[in-house]
Design a protein around this ligand. Structure first.
Ligand SMILES: C[S@@+](CC[C@H](N)C(=O)[O-])C[C@H]1O[C@@H](n2cnc3c(N)ncnc32)[C@H](O)[C@@H]1O
Length: 258
């Protein structure tokens, strides 16, 4: 979304198979004002967290806005932003930080207003990634870039409602490698992913995340790319290690495998 907001791209197409995340992006696009008024008024407490969790866990027949807001609420009030995680500060709110630590109403509203103004330049899908690659990618304008952020290879069951087994990751890799478009993919760093994409340029990088105002951590991630384009340095990377071949003197990485 940053690419759109900073005018690096004209249009963004988002896809996520989780009905609540799909509903969140649909709400951002079609119900920005209602989303903002919910952000202004929603209580930030464990009872509300439990109520939003129940909505997220039973998505069938829900209103798009109700379901989309549940995804946003849980992302901002759960530990590490994990929708299935417990509330920041615990059920007894005895932790150092409370449930409201990451729910900054003003910031969220400002971000939504910014994105809402660009809504005509955002398309949203909620389908399986493989189907998206097969059916939607051929409809994209000629100049496009595909970014894939699949469920983590390890520990995914804990993190997402829709997670992949090893065979799903392998099938996705086969599809991605068959793409005629330029693509970039990020994963948790692990040997299994390195093996799946052997022969493609890849680099390891660190991301910094904030679970609440003070709990910070570093995640080790892997970026792989293909489709024949020059990859600039990965964003947010404090330490980059090119895994396949040496970087050029100017710091850029070599052209992706065809
Ligand atoms: C690593 S997360 C991506 C997070 C997202 N890029 C972000 O920055 O917030 C993986 C996402 O893949 C989605 N997902 C899982 N299985 C999928 C599938 N078969 N097709 C499409 N999306 C899927 C999950 O719902 C989850 O949101």
């Amino acid at each position: 979304m940053l690419l759109l907001v900073q005018e690096h791209v004209n249009h963004v197409v988002i896809n996520d198979a989780d009905p609540a995340i799909h509903a969140f992006w649909l709400s951002v696009k079609h119900h920005t004002k209602e989303l903002i008024s919910l952000i202004q008024s929603i209580p930030l407490n464990v009872e509300e967290h439990a109520r939003q969790r129940a909505i997220y866990s039973n998505p069938e027949g829900r209103d798009i806005l109700e379901l989309g807001f549940a995804a946003l609420y849980l992302n901002r009030t759960s530990r590490s932003g994990i929708l299935r995680g417990g509330p920041i500060g615990g059920k007894k709110q005895s932790g150092k930080y409370g449930i409201d630590a990451r729910f900054n109403r003003e910031t969220l509203i400002r971000q939504l207003q910014l994105i809402g103004r660009l809504s005509s330049r955002i398309d949203v899908f909620g389908i399986d990634a493989e189907e998206f690659l097969e059916k939607q990618v051929p409809q994209l304008p000629q100049r496009h870039l595909i970014y894939l952020d699949p469920p983590y290879f390890r520990n995914a069951r804990r993190l997402y409602r829709n997670y992949y087994k090893a065979a799903d990751h392998a099938r996705l890799a086969k599809k991605v490698k068959g793409l005629r478009s330029p693509w970039v993919l990020t994963y948790d760093y692990c040997d299994e992913v390195r093996e799946l994409y052997t022969g493609y340029p890849m680099c390891e990088f660190e991301i910094h995340y904030t679970a609440n105002n003070s709990t910070r951590g570093t995640g080790r991630e892997l970026m792989v790319w293909g489709g024949g384009f020059e990859m600039p340095c990965p964003p947010y990377a404090t330490r980059r290690t090119l895994l396949k071949t040496g970087a050029k003197k100017d710091g850029t990485l070599p052209a992706a495998a065809a």
